[in-house]
Design a protein around this ligand. Structure first.
Ligand SMILES: *Cc1c(COP(=O)(O)O)cnc(C)c1O
Length: 363
């Protein structure tokens, strides 16, 4: 606290990221990083870009990166926005699109940064409960739907697949929402879509009320570089560019632009790592179910699981004592017994399971 702070800073409740331990040799399955390294072509691009040119500012438009993304998804360059991590892209779009006269809607159990941006930008919001099976029911969100609970909204945002549950939504449900909720913007946060979800980017040309965000942190293994993107129709991208150019002209540095471009060009590496993570996810889900866990169906690079006989908090602490870190959310109550476990390598899964077994046997 300081008397020099602007008033609103006293009310901010910042996001708390998962632990980034200083100790080496921990089995780190807590922040959904990719266990396989970045594309070798991305690393080579960083090496090539780190030289005398670093004295020069980067391309403020990150044109090379936008071109690679546009080619990958078959959209136009001016339908792509990039930022310093998708968290920054989200921050800009909350400021630019969600400060409305009606509340923003998002699920009660979802990415906890959404609430934080609402606090930062003083955006009114309502949370919409997940169904009992932890899936999102988009009919609850439809504006103008007389049976819908939220006839007026200032925007809608949800991750697909949702975090931290991992459950995906069918594209048809999203399209139905877009068709019926035309007066406010719908943002689909696709941080995990590459691991088994269906991207809504295919719908962008038909729906001016749709914006899709993605990140290179998870499926492209570049969390350390901070690169995120949004795809939408031009007026939405123009709005984001206005915010960005009123905040920081150069959110992506030269190394990030070079590596991000190469990462999108190297499809083979991307697909190989993604397939290994999906296979690892199914194997780990089976191993956890065999030990009595309830595991939600996941289309992401993590599992959300609880054991009927064990408290989530105790399992997380017991694993931590053995050098295995997973994510545990004490609130809300409904998910307090779940562990969110990032998909790692086979060796990491073996370490997890051997740390888990003694904890499960002392019931
Ligand atoms: C990881 C994550 C992000 C942020 O990704 P960065 O690009 O690393 O900032 C955004 N949304 C969700 C749902 C995430 O899980």
């Amino acid at each position: 606290m300081s008397k020099y702070w602007s008033d609103f800073v006293h009310q901010l409740v910042p996001y708390v990221p998962g632990e980034q331990p200083k100790l080496a040799r921990l089995v780190k399955l807590n922040t959904n990083e990719n266990p396989f390294g970045p594309s070798p072509r991305a690393l080579a691009a960083i090496a090539a870009a780190s030289g005398d040119a670093l004295r020069l500012y980067p391309d403020p438009d990150a044109t090379a990166l936008k071109t690679a993304i546009a080619e990958y998804y078959g959209v136009q360059n001016d339908q792509v926005f990039v930022g310093n991590g998708s968290d920054e892209v989200l921050a800009h779009l909350f400021l630019g699109f969600f400060r409305q006269n009606a509340p923003l809607l998002f699920p009660d159990i979802t990415y906890s940064f959404y609430k934080v941006y609402c606090g930062l930008y003083q955006i009114d919001y309502r949370t919409v409960p997940l169904r009992d099976d932890f899936s999102i029911d988009l009919t609850d969100y439809i504006s103008g739907n007389t049976s819908g609970k939220h006839a007026h909204n200032g925007g809608i945002i949800f991750p697909n697949p949702n975090a931290p549950t991992g459950r995906p939504l069918p594209l048809a449900d999203i399209e139905a929402l877009l068709q019926r909720n035309t007066d406010s913007l719908v943002v689909v946060d696709e941080a995990y879509v590459d691991f088994g979800g269906e991207t809504a980017i295919a719908l962008v040309d038909r729906y001016p009320n749709l914006l899709v965000t993605q990140t290179l942190s998870k499926s492209r293994s570049l969390a350390g570089l901070r690169i995120g993107l949004a795809v939408g129709q031009r007026p939405l991208i123009e709005g984001l560019e206005r915010i960005k150019n009123s905040f920081n002209s150069y959110p992506l540095d030269r190394l990030a632009i070079a590596a991000g471009t190469a990462a999108f060009e190297d499809r083979e590496w991307f697909e190989q790592c993604r397939d290994a993570i999906v296979a690892g996810r199914e194997a780990l889900a089976a191993a956890l179910r065999a030990r009595g866990f309830e595991v939600l169906p996941s289309a992401a690079n993590f599992l959300f699981a609880r054991h009927p006989q064990h408290k989530g908090e105790q399992l997380a602490a017991g694993l931590r004592a053995e050098g295995v870190i997973v994510r545990h959310f004490p609130r809300p109550e409904r998910i307090a017994d779940f562990l969110r476990i990032t998909i790692g390598t086979e060796a990491q899964h073996e370490a997890l399971l051997s740390a888990l077994d003694p904890l499960l046997s002392d019931a």
